[in-house]
Design a protein around this ligand. Structure first.
Ligand SMILES: NC(=O)c1ccc[n+]([C@@H]2O[C@H](COP(=O)([O-])OP(=O)(O)OC[C@H]3O[C@@H](n4cnc5c(N)ncnc54)[C@H](O)[C@@H]3O)[C@@H](O)[C@H]2O)c1
Length: 348
């Protein structure tokens, strides 16, 4: 069991990696607790839930909507949840984003904790306190930053994940390694078969390293005014690809990482050897998909991204494995790279 504490000016959050998830029922208040989960997770793990109210959402991104929050609030009111209530999310990033947001606003805030059940949410979504829902096609437009009291990451729960969900989470883990942890990168490089077979002990180690790095970044810059932006490595192009192609977050982000690595190489920031190591690692897991998007479409998609300010964008570059930094660039410069890369590499 590894415990990582995240201290921010307003709160303290504990991430427990390798803890048995059933332990959570000893951690929540015996009265006033409510579980929020989705149908898949309930089907797989609901048999072990204690006798407390369980509110279920439909699995998938489409549940990240304000109507769902309103509906859940109604249900909380009906079962008598008051300010002393405790919301326990048991699920992936979607459930944690919904439950965290609901806990932040229901009766102006109730306590909450998460059992994080996907690799993506263990390495990324449940650390850092961001929560929220989408507004139409604009992702995460409405939400808050508020740390859950605890997050349990039980890596044995990852055994039941569909393969594409597992790989999607792995992409975020590799991102963390590229931007901030050379040792983690090497560990992934050297253990590909064990990673693919989801060795729980190895996963405890990898998730811990990933959470520790994100926790450090979030403690320094909870509101994303500076350092936290490096977590968006691969996300400028990745979000565009995700939006346009409708593919899973991790696959889109990893393709975005390919482009961000190539952009870094074009600028002479990363040498050939390290560039190839990054690209090869993604390729080994089938995370290097190429998605043709025209220059105009790419421009619209990037301009649509909420992280841009005016005509500039904070682009995240790598300076080699384990090092990243952001630079404020005109969107045109990012698009200029895209055009050159596309002309050289994509056959239409
Ligand atoms: N808050 C943040 O900082 C942050 C960071 C990254 C991503 N996110 C958000 O996270 C969401 C994606 O999260 P996700 O990839 O976990 O998706 P998800 O929550 O939709 O889970 C993916 C699928 O796996 C199923 N599932 C969950 N746990 C399972 C298990 N143990 N075994 C079998 N099936 C299981 C779910 O029912 C769902 O069908 C996106 O909405 C994204 O915006 C948030």
């Amino acid at each position: 069991l590894e415990k990582i504490i995240i201290n921010t000016p307003a709160s303290r959050s504990e991430i427990l990696v390798g803890e048995r998830w059933e332990k959570v029922f000893e951690m929540i208040p015996s009265e006033g607790s409510v579980i929020i989960t989705d149908d898949n997770v309930k089907r797989l793990y609901g048999g072990t839930f204690p006798d407390i109210p369980v509110l279920c959402v439909t699995p998938g991104e489409a549940s990240k909507r304000l109507e769902v929050i309103e509906n859940l609030s109604d249900q909380l009111l009906n079962i008598g949840t008051d300010r002393k209530g405790f919301i326990l999310a048991v699920g992936g990033g979607v459930v944690c984003d919904i439950a965290g947001f609901l806990a932040a606003i229901y009766m102006r805030g109730v306590r909450c904790g998460y059992v994080s059940t996907t690799l993506l949410s263990q390495v990324d979504a449940s650390t850092g306190g961001k929560n929220g829902v989408n507004l139409g096609s604009s992702k995460n437009m409405i939400g808050t930053i508020r740390q859950p009291e605890f997050v349990i990451c039980d890596t044995t729960m990852l055994q039941s994940l569909p393969e594409d969900e597992y790989l999607s989470g792995l992409a975020e883990l590799i991102k963390t390694a590229v931007i901030g942890n050379r040792d983690l990168f090497r560990l992934v490089e050297e253990n590909i078969p064990e990673i693919l077979s989801r060795n729980p002990e190895l996963l405890i180690h990898m998730v811990t390293e990933s959470v520790r790095f994100k926790g450090h970044v979030v403690s320094e810059d909870e509101n994303e005014n500076g350092l936290r932006r490096i977590l968006n490595f691969g996300h400028t192009f990745g979000h565009a690809i995700e939006l346009f192609k409708g593919i899973k977050h991790g696959f889109a982000i990893s393709s975005g990482m390919v482009l961000a690595t190539e952009f870094s190489a074009e600028r002479g920031l990363v040498g050939t050897e390290e560039r190839l190591r990054i690209l090869r690692l993604l390729e080994n897991f089938g995370l290097d998909g190429e998605y043709y998007i025209s220059d105009d479409e790419m421009k619209n998609l990037i301009l649509h991204d909420k992280k841009k300010t005016g005509d500039t964008i904070h682009f995240v570059f790598t300076r080699g494995i384990g090092e990243a930094f952001t630079e404020k660039l005109p969107v045109e410069e990012v698009l200029g790279f895209y055009r050159r890369y596309r002309e050289k590499n994509y056959k239409i």
